[in-house]
Design a binder for this molecule. Structure first.
Ligand SMILES: O=c1[nH]cnc2c1ncn2[C@@H]1O[C@H](COP(=O)(O)OP(=O)(O)O)[C@@H](O)[C@H]1O
Ligand SMILES: [Ca+2]
Length: 485
């Protein structure tokens, strides 16, 4: 005869059913109640008006985390067609018009209900710094035109201005250290200026107060060293190198920084039309000169070295041109033109020793121009012709200028972006102006939703088991199984 299962009594069945219903109800209510609400985002827009071109960046962050930590991300970027705004000195209106396309894109990218509250900033760097030195009126006109154009869009326009070199360097450092976990120095190479920023080991700020900026980030206070060298961006430094080699006003100039077989006609007036070189213009020069390439890295390095002044230093130590620089410290992120150039030359890998970098460059510079063009048919010729010079300049600036050695060179990472945001000053600039530089370390992260659901379920099950056990006194008696001998 079949033994009756003692659990199949009406009481246990009822308890079990009620228990299961209770658990399902508890978990369902808890899960629904605590479901993460769809994120609402806020936005900010920064236009980086560089010397060579303007780029627009849209940042986004969760709406409820305004003052919280590390949550601002780059959502979108747009490269403005044409040259930098400083090149529109003669026709300022066009500087404003040039921004329209990217601004329209921004209108599409930012949800329209957020337009009015989205701050919009334009920061101009060394191109406008130079125009401002050269022709103040023209620089003001460019800003007027740009302002007028930007005010025509539905965002909360917060102004257009020239960043100081110190701001440019410091905000580049903030961007890198906001996005990265460890403290990293920042190296930014532009077309018209270049910046170095890092936290020195022992830093006596009083030695050169103009090179120091204090920041509080993620609970730590930092005394940052920063310097911006105007005219030492790669386009202006090329002008200086060409100027150095055309002092006597020759008709033909042989340049070790350009490939053998390279030959173009250049205009003297155009070359010397910049405050970085205008004082050196030869008194008597023809209209044009023929710029030909020789392709010799070591000779090119000698030319570049003449552009740094190492003779005077009124501080305990200097980089070059009499500028104070404390000993280098820690790892560095090198971005903008540092990255473009080293990436083209396949030299971004930090494990490549400095000596190999130089040998590769020497080999690259020696390659005939025709061959280079054949190998890279899609690269813009202006960029292509200048990579030998730019690579040589980068190595010389880092080693002779900033004193990187073969050991410390390997601590430089050539980077384009960090965690999806472009490395550059724009993010740091916006964080600062919106008071969103996180002063304190992030709170320990709350339990993720999945973890919360699992814990609620496990506790509910445990309670249910305890409940069943507590009913033990009224459990039906188990009938003894026949013993097998
Ligand atoms: O694809 C590229 N290859 C090589 N150089 C590039 C490329 N894209 C941008 N650059 C260079 O990067 C530099 C960017 O400088 P930027 O316009 O930011 O000037 P700034 O920071 O001195 O005001 C310019 O020299 C520009 O020519
Ligand atoms: Ca720049």
């Amino acid at each position: 005869m079949k033994e009756k299962n003692p659990w199949h009594t009406p009481l246990t069945i009822i308890i079990t059913v009620i228990g299961v219903i209770a658990i399902v109800a508890l978990v369902t209510v808890a899960v629904l109640q605590n479901r993460p609400v769809p994120q609402k985002y806020k936005y900010g827009i920064v236009l980086d008006a560089g010397s060579s071109h303007t780029a627009l960046y849209i940042y986004e962050w969760p709406a409820e985390k305004d003052n919280n930590t590390g949550r601002v991300e780059q959502k979108h970027s747009c490269k403005v067609k044409g040259k930098g705004i400083s090149s529109y000195a003669a026709e300022p209106e066009k500087a404003g018009v040039s921004l329209t396309e990217c601004m329209r894109e921004a209108e599409m990218q930012v949800p329209s209900r957020r337009h009015q509250e989205t701050p919009l900033y334009l920061g101009a760097t060394a191109g406008m710094r130079l125009l401002n030195i050269e022709n103040r009126e023209a620089s003001d006109k460019v800003f007027e035109a740009v302002e007028k154009a930007l005010q025509g869009f539905p965002f909360s326009y917060q102004g257009a201005r020239i960043l100081s070199g110190q701001e440019e360097g410091a905000f580049g450092w903030v961007t890198v250290n906001y996005l990265d976990d460890q403290t990293t120095g920042a190296l930014d190479l532009g077309g018209a200026s270049t910046q170095i920023s890092f936290v020195p080991h022992e830093y006596d700020i009083s030695e050169s107060p103009s090179n120091s900026v204090a920041f509080r980030l993620y609970g730590n206070d930092y005394n940052l060293y920063t310097h911006s060298f105007l005219c030492y961006g790669k386009d202006q430094v090329l002008r200086m190198a060409l100027a150095h080699q055309t002092q006597s006003g020759p008709v033909t100039m042989s340049d070790p920084c350009f490939h053998p077989g390279y030959s173009v006609t250049r205009n003297y007036n155009a070359l010397y039309d910049s405050p970085c070189v205008s004082e050196r213009k030869p008194k008597e020069a023809p209209l044009n000169f023929t710029h030909t390439g020789v392709g010799n890295f070591f000779q090119c390095q000698e030319v570049v070295k003449t552009l740094f002044n190492f003779t005077s230093c009124k501080y305990s130590r200097c980089s070059f041109n009499g500028i104070f620089q404390p000993p280098l410290q820690g790892s560095f992120g090198a971005f903008s033109a540092y990255y473009f150039v080293m990436n083209f030359l396949n030299l971004t890998d930090s494990s490549i020793p400095l000596e190999t970098v130089k040998a590769n460059l020497a080999n690259y510079c020696e390659t005939p121009w025709n061959q280079i063009k054949q190998q890279h048919p899609k690269v813009k010729e202006k960029y292509l012709a200048e990579y030998c010079f730019s690579g040589t300049y980068i190595v010389t600036l880092l080693t002779e200028g900033y004193n990187f050695t073969k050991e410390t060179f390997s601590k430089i990472k050539f980077i384009k972006e960090i965690k999806g945001s472009d490395a550059g000053w724009t993010l740091g600039y916006m964080l600062n102006l919106t008071n969103m530089i996180p002063a304190e370390a992030p709170d320990s992260p709350p339990l993720p939703h999945a973890g919360y659901v699992s814990i609620v379920t496990v506790i509910a099950l445990l309670l249910f088991i305890l409940f069943i056990l507590s009913l033990r006194p009224i459990w039906p008696k188990c009938s003894k199984q026949p013993q097998i001998v």
